[in-house]
Structure formats: structure tokens, C-alpha cells
Design a protein around this ligand. Structure first.
Ligand code: 6PG
Length: 476
């Protein structure tokens, strides 16, 4: 089924999405703030499909048939608001505006409310897969009303990645649900990359392997349980040599990881929801630490390490332990991310089908991984599961690897190699499975200094101990 769509914002993501739409037989009406980009796109790729270049916003809107379908592909935040403010007054009832940027989901909620009041549909659409995905098939996470999805869903599904004959696009839920899950997707992406970086660091520092050799290890891991896009491209980056110096590429890049904000938003939202996404938080903080150049320089001069040389006898066993630590920690990261989605859906009243979400993350997006099939299966078989970790498959997978996981974390601590991702994932695992947590002591302290009260294991109700008096307990 071919359709007509308007694309405004023709930087790389917008241009590639427009080309993808045109290649799938849709008529694509183009607009960009500066017309030069529109003309350049038509000049370079006009033969790929039915493009209709326009100049002004008024021209763009008038060229589109009603109900108009427009996707905005500009920077998140103020630039998106500016485009909406310019276009929305020219639209008519029933038209659909989509935002394909990495918007903060609360902005999407606000925009949905405002535009709905004007009789327009707004579809906040998470799109993952980078430039290549936008062109050849991304994973698409649209949020908005069912009515809006009926109008634009088929169009979006037609350009998404396809896995097992299914498009990687589903109606995620109302309002900000699409951008919310895209945000968590990015949080998981942060955790995943941090864990990969720690695995690389351990193999390098523990075994003295070269980046290219470690690249070969990742290529091998990509044939097993860990098979995923990020593992695959890790092999590629590690094997890459700098043309100018002949040094490994990773050695000529400044070791300060940047961030545009979606990981930080995930953690901020998790704090609001009270969901312990410790792996994602550690990943965001590890990037922040890497960027604290002055502190790092000062600390390098004076802070002592353990002064040990990491002596590893069985190299193959160590590589296998790192693989186990990586897999187990990765399962924890996805479990935490899906926990946040569960709690967010509950809090904001969105009906998010987690199995469908796991299925659309199997292709096109940055965190695509073979084991998402398993995750989809878990949510299909056990819709009430409270954490992925208790499902038979993941429980077995993580516990089979726990010995290696523990050895790696302990060895890293002993030898002064930072592993915030592996370490926090293991602590989360041990925290969840602990029969008793020291939280009871925290309750006692809170009660002593602030009469905050506590509950008892053996009877109902809240209690307070008269700490400053005779230590008697009274019902609160
Ligand atoms: C995607 C990516 C994409 C972008 C990240 C990078 O799903 O296609 O997540 O959205 O590459 O936002 O984020 P940082 O610059 O914060 O690492």
C-alpha cells in the first residue's frame, strides 16, 4: 500500500528516513528550514522514488493531502517545539504530526495534550538504528492514540526492519509511551556498551591481549548467546587500525565518553519511579567519570592502586569467565530496563505489551540481540513475571555463569580494574536473591534519629522504639 507523507528536517536521519519511505513506494513531500538541503537530497537521490520538494512551510502543508501525515525529524527539545509551533496552526482537524526525534517523553505527553486539544493527532515516535537503520529499516516505537496509529501505523510498518516476517514496529501505547520506551532502550544501550567496554578492559589488563586479538574474541562471542549488533560492531572497532599512526584505533581516541542525554533521562525517570536501574546508572556515571579530566589527572598522580600484577594461569578459562560475566550482567541490564518499562506503564497508565516490544527490538535497533527472542517468549508465557531473572531460561543462564562472574568481579577489585557495570549487576543479583537485607538496620537508624517508624516481621502495624528513654516499643 503506498501512501503520502511529509518529512520536515532533512539532516542525515531525516534524509535517510525520507529515502527509505520513497524506496517503499510512498510519495514523500520534503521540507527543510534551508531549502538547499531539500534540493541536495532530490539532486542526489531523486531517482530512488517519488519525492516532492517544497520551499516554505505553507507550501509543504498545502502540498499534503488530508488527513496530512507529517514526520518531524529535527533535534529534540526547543527545535522540535519551534517546528510544531510553525506547522500546527496550518493543519486541519484529523491531521497527524509525528515526532521521530529522541524526545523526552514528558515533552511528548505535553505536546500530545496541546495538539489533541487542537483536534490534531500527535504520534511521539521512537526510532532506533542510527543513520543506517533509518535508511534500511529501523526499529520504530510509535506512541499515541489507537486512531492515530490506524492512520500512520501501516506506513511506519512498511519501512521498519523485518524479523521472521514481522515488522519491527508496533503501537507501543498512548501519548508518551513510544518515547518512554525509546528512552529506556537507550538506557539499556548505555549499560550494554559499558559492560562491553569493561570486558575489553579486563581482557586487555588481565591478559595483555591486543585490541585486535580482543576483537577476535568478540567476533567469536558473537556466534553464541551474546550474539548482537553491539558485540558485532565491537569486533569491528577493536580490529580497526588508525591509518595515520598504524596504532589500534581505540588507542588514538580520547578516553572520554560523551552523551547526549537519553541515558541520563532514563536514570532520572527511574529515580522518579523508584526502579533500581543500577546498571544503567553506573553506565551514565562511568561516562561522566571518564569526562572528569582534571580530577582524573590529579588522582593519577597520587592515588595508589593495589600494586599487584594480575597473574592469570588459565587464559582460556579467564576469557570464558569474562564472557559469563558479560552475559549475566547483560541479562541484568535488560531485566532492569524492562522493570522500568513495567513500572512506567503502570504509573502513566499505558498498556505496553512487553512481548511485542521485545519482538520489535530484535531488528533495526542498536540493542538488537538474539536473546530478545527469549525475552519476548518470557513475556508471552508469563505475562505476570515480575523480573526476567526468575524465568527458568534466564535463571539457568545467569546461575550457570555466576562462578565466572564472581571471579571476574573479585579479580578486578583485587587488581584495581574498575568494573562498575559488572560489579553493580552482581550486587543487584545478590540483593534480589538475599533472604534478609541489611535494610532492617537502616530502618532502625531512621527510627532512632527521626522516629520514622518500622514494621516487624512477626506482627502487623508500624512501630517506634523510645530510643532516648527506656527502649520500650510503642505502636506508631
Ligand atoms: C539509536 C541510538 C541513537 C543515538 C544515541 C546516542 O537508538 O539509534 O540510541 O538514538 O545514537 O542517542 O546517544 P549518546 O550520544 O547519548 O550516546
Amino acid at each position: 500500500m503506498s501512501d503520502q507523507i511529509g518529512v520536515t528536517g532533512l539532516a542525515v536521519m531525516g534524509a535517510n528516513l525520507a529515502r527509505n519511505l520513497a524506496r517503499h513506494g510512498h510519495q514523500v513531500v520534503l521540507h527543510n528550514r534551508s531549502q538547499a538541503r531539500t534540493d541536495a537530497l532530490v539532486e542526489a537521490h531523486g531517482s530512488e522514488g517519488d519525492f516532492v520538494p517544497t520551499g516554505s512551510v505553507a507550501d509543504f502543508v498545502q502540498t499534503l493531502q488530508r488527513p496530512r501525515k507529517i514526520i518531524i525529524m529535527v533535534k529534540a527539545g526547543a527545535p522540535t517545539d519551534a517546528v510544531i509551533d510553525e506547522i500546527a496552526p496550518l493543519l486541519e482537524e484529523g491531521d497527524v504530526l509525528m515526532d521521530g526525534g529522541n524526545a523526552l517523553f514528558t515533552d511528548t505527553v505535553r505536546r500530545t495534550e496541546a495538539l489533541t486539544a487542537q483536534g490534531l493527532h500527535f504520534v511521539g515516535t521512537g526510532i532506533s538504528g542510527g543513520e543506517e537503520g533509518a535508511l534500511n529499516g529501523p526499529s520504530i516505537m510509535p506512541g499515541g492514540s489507537a486512531e492515530a496509529y490506524e492512520l500512520v501505523g501501516p506506513l511506519l510498518e512498511s519501512i521498519a526492519a523485518v524479523v521472521d516476517g514481522e515488522p519491527c514496529c508496533t503501537h507501543v501505547g498512548e501519548s508518551g509511551a513510544g518515547h518512554f520506551v525509546k528512552m529506556v532502550h537507550n538506557g539499556i544501550e548505555y549499560a550494554d556498551m559499558q559492560l562491553i567496554a569493561e570486558a575489553y578492559d579486563l581482557l586487555r589488563q588481565g591478559l595483555g591481549m591486543s585490541p585486535a586479538e580482543i576483537g577476535d574474541v568478540f567476533a567469536d562471542w558473537n556466534t553464541g548467546d551474546l550474539s548482537s549488533y553491539l558485540i558485532e560492531i565491537t569486533a569491528q572497532v577493536l580490529r580497526h587500525t588508525d591509518a595515520e599512526t598504524g596504532a589500534p584505533f581505540v588507542d588514538v581516541v580520547v578516553d572520554e565518553a560523551e552523551q547526549k542525554g537519553t541515558g541520563r533521562w532514563t536514570v532520572q525517570s527511574a529515580l522518579d519511579l523508584g526502579v533500581p536501574v543500577s546498571g544503567i546508572a553506573e553506565a551514565v556515571f562511568a561516562r561522566a567519570l571518564s569526562g572528569h579530566r582534571e580530577q582524573r589527572r590529579a588522582a593519577q598522580q597520587v592515588l595508589p592502586g593495589p600494586g599487584t600484577t594480575w597473574d592469570i594461569d588459565d587464559r582460556d578459562a579467564f576469557v570464558e569467565s569474562v564472557r559469563q560475566a558479560l552475559y549475566a550482567s547483560k541479562v541484568v541490564a535488560y531485566a532492569q530496563g524492562f522493570d522500568q518499562i513495567t513500572q512506567g506503564a503502570d504509573q502513566y497508565g499505558w498498556d505496553i505489551d512487553r512481548a511485542a516490544l521485545a519482538r520489535i527490538w530484535r531488528g533495526g535497533c542498536i540493542i538488537r540481540a538474539d536473546f530478545l527472542d527469549r525475552i519476548a517468549q518470557v513475556f508471552t508465557d508469563e505475562p505476570d513475571v515480575t523480573t526476567l531473572l526468575t524465568n527458568d531460561y534466564f535463571r539457568a543462564a545467569v546461575s550457570a555463569g555466576q562462578e565466572g562472574w564472581r571471579q571476574v568481579v573479585a579479580g578486578a577489585a583485587r587488581n584495581g580494574v574498575p568494573v562498575p557495570g559488572f560489579g553493580s549487576a552482581l550486587s543487584y543479583y545478590d540483593g534480589l536473591r538475599a533472604e534478609r537485607l541489611p535494610a532492617s538496620l537502616i530502618q532502625g537508624l531512621r527510627d532512632l534519629f527521626g522516629a520514622h517508624t518500622y514494621q516487624r516481621v512477626d506482627k502487623e502495624g508500624s512501630f517506634h522504639t523510645m530510643w532516648g528513654e527506656d527502649g520500650r516499643e510503642v505502636p506508631a
